[in-house]
Structure formats: C-alpha cells, structure tokens
Design a protein around this ligand. Sequence first.
Ligand code: JDQ
Length: 226
Amino acid sequence: MRIDLFSIFPEYFAPVGLSLLGKADDAGLVDLRVHDLRDWTHDRHRTVDDTPFGGGAGMVMMPSVWGEAIDEVVAEASASGEEGRRVLAIPTPSGTPLTQRMAEDLARCSHLLVACGRYEGIDQRVADHYREAGLEVLEYSIGDYVLNGGEAAALVLVEAVTRLLDGFMGNPESIVEESHSNGLLEYPAYTKPRTWRGLEVPEVLLGGDHARIARWRRDRSLERTA
Ligand code: JDQ
C-alpha cells in the first residue's frame, strides 16, 4: 500500500520511522511518503492560509495549494503504475467517526492520501472537488474532542490501517483471531507473576481446562461489552 501524508509540519511524522510501522515500511508492505505542503506554494512567505469568506476568527487553508499538491502526487503515482482504489482521507472534527470497519475497508485500498489541515481547516472545495473528480474522499474524525490539526488523527489512521495489512505482524494468526471478532470487547489478560501487589491471577487461568477457560473468557467479554 502506498501512503502519502501532507502537512505543514512534516516533522510530526518522525515517529512512523521508529515504531512497528517502520517495520511494515522496511518489509516493503507500505510505501510511506511524507510531504511538506509548503513545497507547493509559490510566494516568498510560502503562504498556505487566508481569511475566511463571511468573516469570523481564524484562517482557512487555501484550496489552490492543496490542489497542486494532490494533483501532482496522484499524477506521479498513476505514472509509476499505481492502480486500484485510491482514497483521499481528510481528518476533521466534523467528519465520520473512524471505526474498525472503516480501517478494514481502507486496508483493501492501494493508495491512501491523507491531507492534514491546521488553523480552522481546509477550504471545503478540496473535498468537494476530488469527490466530483471521482476520488473516494473520506472526511473522518478520531473522536469527539478538538485537536489543533489533522496530524495526530493521520497517525491514528495509518496505524489502524497498516496493522491490518497481510503479513504485517510476525504472527498472522493473531490478526485473524482479532479481525474475526464477534463484536465483543476483549477479555482481560494476565501474565506472570501469579501474585502481584496482593492481586491474584484468576484461578481458572492457572489450570489446564481449556473449555472452562474459553467459557470464562467469553463471560468476561460479554460482561465488558454490556
Ligand atoms: C484539523 C480545528 C476546526 C479546530 C484543523 C485541522 N477528531 C478530531 N478532532 N480534531 C480534529 C479531528 C481535527 C482535524 C483536522 C483540525 C482538527 N483543526 C483544528 C478545526 C474547528 C476547530
């Protein structure tokens, strides 16, 4: 999967080079590229924002810069043989709340572009234009709280999607077990030592009765879900 991240703070994405995602990158599962949006400005001050029509506080990111950036990267990806589903994801506090189902769907696309806004966000015509042009455009939120920009929400999306890619983890079974999830929350997990600060591991997990363990875990899952 190819992922292009656009931001006026490209340094924000340094951590993707470190974590597990870095390994997905190394393994050739992900071709992740970070772009400085200001590379597509033309003025001396590398301006990306302007005052809002209709008045009000704050600044809005200009569609012209975004248009040039996205057009160039889409054209380059097409020229280099990139085919399949292409999705433009735009983090915004007013977008569709991101779900595991959406992450699973995005894991099946071949090219993901993430446009990280700042200030009061990106001129609405950017989403509208690319939707009209036939790109899948996903305006999404990562929760009902307000961030200063889209970068943290982009990191969340990239991590949720890339961990689902085939061959991402050393152990493909663990992802299968999770993704065939029944809609229930996880049961609680325990490891050594058996006693920690006076707290015991549930006795059922220490015996070898696998049917009883499975029943206990399902009960705890149901309890948490309720
Ligand atoms: C941007 C902003 C509008 C503050 C600018 C770009 N779940 C979630 N919370 N916040 C965001 C996503 C988010 C995403 C992109 C963003 C916030 N801002 C700041 C924009 C109103 C208030």
